[in-house]
Design a protein around this ligand. Sequence first.
Ligand code: PLP
Length: 425
Amino acid sequence: MKYQRSSALFVEAKQYIPGGVNSPVRAFKAVGGDPIFVKEAKGAYLYDEDGNKFIDYIASWGPLILGHAYEPVINAVIEKAKKGTSFGMPTEIETQLAKLAVSMVPNIDKIRFVNSGTEACMSAVRLARGYAGKDKIIKFSGCYHGHSDSFLIQAGSGAVTFGSPNSPGVTQGTAKDTLLANYNDLESVKALTNANKNEIAAVIIEPVAGNMGCIIPTDEFIQGLRELCTAEGILLIFDEVMTGFRLGKGGAQEALGVAADIVCFGKVIGGGLPVGAFASRADIMNQLAPDGPVYQAGTLSGNPLAMSAGLAMLTALNNNPEIFTSLAKKTKYLHNGIDEVLTEKGIAHQINRFGSMISVHFTDKPVVDFSSAAEGDNDTFKKYFHGMLNQGVYLPPSAFESYFLNDAIGYDDLDRTIAAVKTIF
Ligand SMILES: *Cc1c(COP(=O)(O)O)cnc(C)c1O
């Protein structure tokens, strides 16, 4: 495949945009080479500026669960746009989407819309702190909750010390309120709660992790985390920006059978437009301005175009819940196919899968947390990524990302994908 036009566009982009991209992972730094520039997409396929066609396993990093340019979403946005794009005043469609989301997701009474997953998580933590009257939070190594200051924290020495920032620009003052635990390791959480009695407002977690590859929580860990939070009076925040409306109508809460106190959304809830949201029971949500003292706002929050895309998307999912089962079946088919090829070729690998999320790790040890994910062989991953790309399969350009299947992908696409793996190794 040729990527001449993409490469030329990247050179120009780098002149005006830092790194040529508006979000770092797009730049292919982890896999080498230049990113491809998309011209358009339809259903399961992406078409780049050089005329190449790819089966897409990213779906805009999750939102497009029904495939690209899904007609009910596109039509809803076009019709809405004709009536004006933003008012800064209440509109009926905000309540329609709120009502539908609340009816689909367990344990939430009210929801507030924002413009991104980052905003959702940032605001959820502020709400938790305001409600609890405590400053500290616990997050897990390798979980991503957007790029706001409190979340860009790495471990210091030992799990019980304060976190230190992993980006310049995040202050020590902010970092000291974020404590870091290990995924699937309840003891690491208990050590932190014991050392910080009555100081922790919330634990935030990706209930099925998707930002260190796909990592599944053990029942013991996730149930234990719920019990620990209840016992210690700590709010449990599920960051369902990835899993919400992807693992099922009720997201990870429903799939895992564990209740969260606050839930964050993004990605699917916006149908491909910029929407995030956070939700909880009424007594917690009523702490938000204008009813309560916890401030949170947004000029474009609840934007009518974004709401119409979200409403069309959630309506489709709510009316056709068999989509979730059929996506999970396709993902299992892909899992089995890739597994068979890699086993045959003697390539050390682990495949993690939950619903329509899946990741391939080139290691012989189970991948259960950030450090085991980091043990994957990146040279093999690069070879795999570029080999697949050159055969028209677009995978996430980093070993630390999950694939997201979309409903437009057919079994013929999956067979082509599996056949592509065969030619690489
Ligand atoms: C994508 C993601 C975010 C951030 O959402 P943005 O819309 O990129 O700001 C937060 N949490 C999780 C789990 C995500 O996958």
